[in-house]
Design a protein around this ligand. Structure first.
Ligand code: DX5
Ligand code: ZN
Length: 216
């Protein structure tokens, strides 16, 4: 079962409530929440207070992608704001194992995200402690970028680890996904799909989600 997780980074922030209801109505499974700090990535998005404001609007899983330096400092804020899963970047944390354990101590699912330049092999020792690996298929920081072709190969490498460890694991792909490439990443082993522009473009959420889900 593939989980579609629309990124609200591409939503109209002045109509966030309306957009959350629309993605739920038209078949999204999770809500992907892209938090950016202007340090780890060259852009600032939003933080826990915005998330807390939209939490009462839906029962969908809140899939929180922290693109922030030293994310351990803010885990509790995002748990308190209603996160169901928290993903931190391997590159942003000197003590990633400690942070994963800390996330799990709240009963929240934990993921590790890898930038395009970060090899999958680095996370082998952590695989048994995590619930998700997020393969970035663009360099993080902005919506609407072009899919980087070698990402499928990295997804397949994570799938091989999942099989080797016989582990229940979400393999998420994030960045530049649309109806032209979603099938390919699913064939490589992705079971969670993030899409921002492809869901919210032209304010045609119903049509856009149908076009994406037509591929899986
Ligand atoms: C990039 C974010 C992505 C992005 C997805 O830094 O992590 O979630 O907003 O948007 P699209 O699908 O437009 O690439
Ligand atoms: Zn993201």
């Amino acid at each position: 079962m593939i989980k579609l997780s629309p990124s609200i980074l591409s939503a109209d922030f002045s109509r966030l409530g309306e957009h959350i209801s629309a993605i739920e109505k038209y078949g999204a499974d999770w809500v992907h929440i892209d938090v950016m700090d202007g340090m780890f990535v060259p852009n600032i998005s939003f933080g826990a207070p915005i998330m807390k404001a939209i939490r009462p609007l839906t029962k969908m899983v809140f899939d929180v992608h922290l693109m922030i330096e030293d994310p351990g400092r803010y885990i509790k804020d995002f748990v308190d704001a209603g996160a169901d899963m928290i993903t931190v970047h391997y590159e942003a944390d000197k003590h990633i194992h400690r942070t994963i354990k800390y996330i799990k101590s709240f009963g929240v699912k934990a993921g590790i995200a890898l930038n395009p330049g970060t090899p999958v092999a680095l996370i082998e020792d952590l695989i048994e402690d995590i619930d998700m690996v997020l393969i970035m298929s663009v360099n993080p920081g902005f919506g609407g970028q072009k899919y980087i072709e070698f990402s499928g190969k990295k997804v397949a490498q994570v799938k091989a680890l999942k099989d080797m460890y016989n582990k229940e694991l979400y393999i998420q792909v994030d960045g530049g996904i649309d109806s032209s490439n979603v099938k390919k990443v699913i064939e490589c082993g992705a079971n969670s799909i993030v899409a921002g522009s492809a869901v919210f473009k032209n304010d045609e959420i119903e049509k856009n989600i149908k076009a994406l889900k037509g591929n899986f």
